[in-house]
Design a protein around this ligand. Structure first.
Ligand code: HEC
Length: 159
């Protein structure tokens, strides 16, 4: 009888914790679903990735460039999802294919060309959205983001 009472108590405690954990998970999911970043905030994130992509490509760290490109495209897709009324004169897919091709073939000339085309697309949208004063171009050194090393790690340099 005593053993039964103890195991019943253990079961109740386990059920209580299982419920508390699932309530916490539900809460954090709800919070994530209700957070909508402002378009300007997404754009600043895009700007950071835009610069990092360029620096990584200039340092010929192609895996890092590829990573930043994927991040940049994901942020552009997110901007389109949350703000579908913002005219899209460039599609993220187009940006991805041109730059990704240049990155895969480690072709700096093609990269520069695709990068400039992307910038023209950024700026066309800014003009269309009555934000012509936001002009995107190639970043130049010294970097505003010098808190990250853009060249390959020394251990990867010999590869
Ligand atoms: C679909 C249209 C569209 C595209 C494409 C677009 N932007 Fe924007 N961008 C906007 C709009 C609209 C704003 C102004 C947001 C506001 O004022 O709330 C903006 C604002 C900005 C800002 C200013 C943010 C700030 O707070 O200082 C930067 C920087 C920026 N964009 C960078 C870029 C870059 C880089 C690209 C290309 C990779 C790009 N944008 C592509 C629509 C676009």
């Amino acid at each position: 009888m005593r053993a039964l009472r103890i195991s019943l108590a253990t079961l109740l405690i386990a059920l209580f914790f299982a419920h508390a954990i699932s309530a916490a998970e539900e809460n954090s999911e709800r919070r994530a679903a209700s957070y909508v970043p402002r378009l300007a905030d997404l754009m600043v994130v895009i700007q950071i990735r835009h610069a990092k992509l360029f620096y990584a490509a200039k340092a010929r760290n192609w895996p890092a460039a590829d990573y930043e490109l994927e991040q940049l495209v994901a942020s552009l897709v997110e901007a389109g999802r949350y703000y579908p009324n913002t005219a899209p004169p460039i599609t993220p897919e187009k940006i991805r294919s041109a730059l990704s091709e240049a990155i895969k073939t480690k072709n700096e000339v093609k990269f520069d060309q695709a990068f400039d085309e992307m910038n023209a697309g950024c700026n066309r949208c800014h003009v269309a959205a009555d934000r012509a004063f936001i002009v995107i171009r190639r970043p130049s050194y010294p970097s505003a983001f010098s808190n990250q090393q853009y060249g390959p790690r020394p251990i990867d340099r010999q590869k």
